[in-house]
Design a protein around this ligand. Structure first.
Ligand SMILES: *Cc1c(COP(=O)(O)O)cnc(C)c1O
Length: 525
């Protein structure tokens, strides 16, 4: 008998479902809330009802955001008594619409242009629904079975796309922050290993730790700093290497830092290159950095949290040339593979280095299970209980295929190139770099001269006013001490007309602000 029977009374399409009463209230027996043989049909109806509401909301999204403020939203959420359940799922969903769905930020809207959030592909949502219901935990084989093997296939698939060779391995993680942390952990342990090997009397960790350094560019991600801190490195252990005009790590500066560290008796435990910086989408010169790391015997990490989408691109894979020489790579499928949060992985050239994350527990993964070659992914992970996030990517590859994913990414990269041209020709704006990927950092610059501080404030105001209006959401960042605005384009549905319209809105808000400041004689004007 199939687990989920077909019930023609539940329709996922078309006609708006009645809001209340479709889903049975389960007052009384708390066991009625558990998913099991008896409640499989309730599960199906309940989730169908929730999905139907989300589908209606998504279909009817007129703006990426309502512009709601924390002050407006907080009272309604504070007023909810969490100790008094509504009992009725339909009522809870009504409440959810009010406190969450109505005012959420919707990444699928073509005028959401802010952060590295992607619209998500349907096969991955299907995967999400399956993985949370089955609820496999990928730490051990005995909690996941096939899930473990499928995750391993996807790690191998990704490693092959990177070109890491047959000894490669890796593991899914919660995100790029965790992937970078784990890569740095492995790099630190490898640095210790080499230091111990090269020393007649192996130095204690307390002597080695303060001498460790990590080099990353000034456009590198702050998770490298967090990772270094968590790993016990000194506060100044992460050295920021200057970038060129395109915001790529300067290799002459990197060479100089490597030399300086060596002369100072310091150990560079890793160089973290970025393939797709968060602000600029710039890709560090990977082949040259690989050469320098090889010469210096330094762990070469590539943070491709953003740029990993190029691994699937039918036309732009060459932009990642050199990544195949990395010792470790961070990939965020939840950025450029159009996967829902969370879905990320750390991939390493030499799978044996993952042993640095291995601990055995008698109750879970005793050493004898490794001897018996039982595939326990916890041996490779810094997490224990872990979602089967890999299933989302699995169904994406099995339904759409990698080319389709890469084509979506190509489309936003093309869009960014067109949008750059638009910005470069627009006298109202200055644009920082020509994008290699899909971000644009720019600044409203008025025709009438105004002080830099006034222009800073006008740009800040434009961003806030735009978000408050809900017409569009854009990001902001600081470049060379000046406030800039930023588009992160990850939605293939966004058109050049959307970009044009949003630029007009930004200019109008910024002009309003400058005009008001001039009227009031504000010192900032
Ligand atoms: C987003 C990002 C990260 C962090 O990834 P999370 O998934 O947000 O933890 C790391 N590095 C780069 C370059 C990023 O863009």
């Amino acid at each position: 008998m199939p687990l989920y029977s077909e019930d023609p009374s539940v329709s996922l399409q078309g006609s708006p479902a009645p809001l209340a009463g479709t889903v049975a209230a389960t007052d009384g027996d708390p066991r009625a809330h558990l998913l099991n043989n008896a409640t499989a049909e309730d599960y199906r109806r309940l989730v169908a009802e929730g999905v139907a509401r989300v589908a209606r909301t998504v279909a009817g999204t007129a703006r990426p955001f309502t512009g709601v403020t924390p002050e407006e939203l907080a009272p309604g959420i504070s007023a909810i008594d969490l100790d008094r359940p509504l009992g009725d799922p339909a009522a809870a969903l009504d409440e959810l619409e009010r406190v969450y769905l109505r005012d959420a930020v919707y990444f699928h809207h073509p005028r959401y242009l802010a952060h590295l959030n992607c619209p998500v592909v349907l096969p991955a949502l299907l995967g999400e629904a399956v993985l949370s219901a089955v609820n496999s935990s990928l730490d051990t084989w005995d909690q996941s079975a096939g899930g473990t093997l499928m995750e391993r296939r996807l790690i191998d698939w990704t490693a092959a796309r990177i070109g890491l060779g047959r000894a490669a391995d890796g593991v899914f993680t919660s995100g790029g922050t965790q992937s970078n942390l784990q890569a740095l952990l492995l790099a630190r342990e490898e640095a210790f290993r080499v230091l111990r090997k090269n020393s007649p009397t192996p130095p204690p960790v307390s002597a080695m730790l303060p001498k460790l350094r990590v080099l990353t560019s000034e456009a590198g991600h702050f998770s490298v700093l967090k990772g270094a801190k968590l790993l016990g490195l000194e506060p100044d252990a992460v050295i920021s290497v200057p970038c060129d005009g395109d915001r790529r790590m300067r290799t002459d500066a990197l060479a100089r830092e490597l030399r300086r560290c060596r002369e100072a008796g310091l150990t560079v435990m890793a160089v973290s290159a970025t393939a797709g910086t968060t602000d600029f989408g710039s890709i560090d010169p990977l082949p040259e950095i690989a050469d320098l790391c090889e010469d210096a015997g330094v762990w070469f990490h590539v943070d491709a949290a953003y740029g990993c989408g190029l691994l699937a691109s039918p036309t732009r894979r060459h932009l990642l040339a050199g990544i195949e020489r990395a010792d470790s790579v961070t990939v965020d499928y939840h950025k450029s593979f159009f996967q829902p949060v969370s879905s990320s992985a750390v991939i390493v050239r030499d799978g044996t280095t993952l042993r640095h994350a291995t601990y055995h527990a008698d109750y879970l993964n005793p050493a004898r299970s490794a001897e018996k070659r039982i595939p326990n992914q916890v041996d490779k992970s810094i997490q224990t209980t872990r979602r089967f996030d890999a299933l989302k990517l699995w169904l994406t590859l099995r339904i759409m295929g990698a080319d389709a994913v890469g084509t979506l990414f190509d489309q936003v990269v093309d869009l960014a190139a067109d949008a750059w041209r638009l910005l470069a020709e627009d006298p109202r704006f200055t644009v920082v770099t020509r994008p290699a990927l899909s971000t644009l950092v720019f600044r409203y610059a008025p025709a009438e001269p105004a002080g830099e501080t006034a222009v800073d404030l006008a740009n800040l105001h434009a961003r806030e006013a735009l978000a408050a209006s809900g017409e569009a959401v854009v990001a902001g960042t600081v470049v060379d001490g000046r406030h800039h605005l930023k588009f992160t384009l990850l939605n293939p549905e966004t058109t050049l007309d959307d970009i044009r319209a949003v630029l007009d809105l930004i200019a109008a808000h910024a002009e309003d602000h400058l005009a008001a400041a001039r009227l009031t004689g504000s010192p900032a004007a």
